[in-house]
Design a protein around this ligand. Structure first.
Ligand code: HEC
Ligand code: HEC
Length: 313
């Protein structure tokens, strides 16, 4: 437990350092004001930071409670080629965002032609929904017109959401969550605990979404995607009977464990920019855990952590 915590803390620190470096680099890029830049940088940043692992960082509430609106405004530079955010500002490639926080999804900006998927999504732009949307627009609304890969850094997203909120919405920010040790039930279940209580039979059913491109039997052929037998525990984007991986995945580094697999299946493109896997991702954490549990039974059999405290279910 302690070791795991230290590792997670180390990665978090590392991710912070990487983010710090990137924010100064990205500042230079965005100064150039090229219309296509934000899109591409979104991919690049997502790819790099995914290496830091998504482990179990602070919750959205905790991040929002400690968020920095000024930093969020800097992150918003990535959005400005498509969005205005001043009161009464014009719609551009994307809708004007003044006061969008708390409003119904895909309906807010008068006269903007939303995609059917976003307009039909339902619900409001809560902090939670914005966090999912900004992680991966396509995982949130598959046919969205917003061609932006997503922001993989949770603190960037929280700062950005706080900035959006300060532009015409001003909803009260949530209080920080109590530390897991004290609050227990408040913490979202971790990937490991979800996998521990996952249902591989349901996972096999969901895997139907993958079989057009992947075999998973021992010695099965590579198709559009590589054979996946025994993939958990193996190096990311390597081996697999000589499958021609994209550079993005081949150079990713690290191994497929439950956490990296969960991040990959949430949004392949946010995990490895330029991946060849043209699959939007699975937005439901339970479905991902079921698929991971199923994959794990196909030749890997990595040890599964004991299920978390009953409260987490
Ligand atoms: C390449 C252009 C582009 C970029 C860059 C972009 N967006 Fe968008 N955005 C769009 C489009 C287009 C839509 C409408 C999506 C649809 O209808 O499916 C949209 C929709 C949205 C919505 C939903 C608004 C509503 O009224 O429901 C939000 C919120 C949003 N974007 C925030 C952002 C933020 C924050 C960023 C920067 C991190 C960003 N966008 C970057 C083009 C972009
Ligand atoms: C449209 C085809 C397609 C679909 C659908 C698809 N994949 Fe993939 N998958 C690929 C391709 C292509 C790659 C190689 C990606 C690269 O090199 O960037 C890949 C790579 C992978 C890898 C990495 C393998 C390795 O050795 O590093 C895993 C794991 C994976 N896919 C799992 C899945 C799962 C699980 C699903 C279903 C939820 C799925 N894929 C759906 C095409 C697909």
């Amino acid at each position: 437990m302690d070791d795991r915590f230290n590792t997670a803390a180390g990665w978090t620190l590392f991710a912070g350092i990487v983010a710090l470096g990137l924010s100064s680099i990205s500042g230079k890029y965005f100064g150039a004001d090229k219309v296509h830049r934000p899109h591409e940088m979104g991919y690049a940043i997502a790819g790099v930071e995914a290496e830091g692992g998504k482990a179990s960082g602070p919750s959205l509430n905790t991040l929002l409670a400690g968020s920095d609106v000024a930093k969020g405004e800097k992150v918003f530079a990535k959005c400005m080629s498509c969005h205005s955010i001043n009161s009464g500002g014009a719609n551009g490639i994307g809708p004007n965002l003044f006061g969008v926080v708390g409003k119904p999804i895909g309906k807010h900006a008068a006269g903007f032609a939303y995609s059917g998927d976003l307009a039909g999504h339902g619900g409001d732009w809560t902090f939670e929904n914005l966090n999912h949307w900004l992680t991966s627009p396509r995982a949130f609304a598959a046919g969205t017109k917003m061609t932006f890969a997503g922001l993989s850094d949770a603190a960037d997203r929280a700062n950005l959401i706080a900035y959006l909120n300060s532009q015409g919405s001003n909803l009260p920010l949530p209080a920080a969550d109590a530390p897991a040790a004290e609050g227990g039930a408040a913490a979202a279940p971790t990937v490991d605990s979800l996998v521990a209580s996952a249902d591989p039979v349901k996972g096999e059913k969901s895997f139907a979404k993958c079989t057009s491109c992947h075999s998973v039997t021992q010695g099965g052929a590579n198709g559009i995607g590589p054979n996946l037998y025994g993939v958990l525990g193996e190096s990311i984007g390597a081996g697999r009977g000589g499958f021609a991986f994209s550079d993005a995945l081949a150079k990713h580094g690290g191994k497929w464990d439950f956490t990296s697999m969960d991040a990959w299946l949430t949004s392949p493109r946010a995990f490895a920019s330029g991946t060849k896997m043209t699959f939007a991702g699975l937005s439901d954490p339970v479905e991902r855990a079921n698929v991971i549990a199923y994959l794990n039974k196909q030749g890997s059999n990595l040890p599964v952590a004991a299920a978390a405290a009953p409260a987490a279910k």
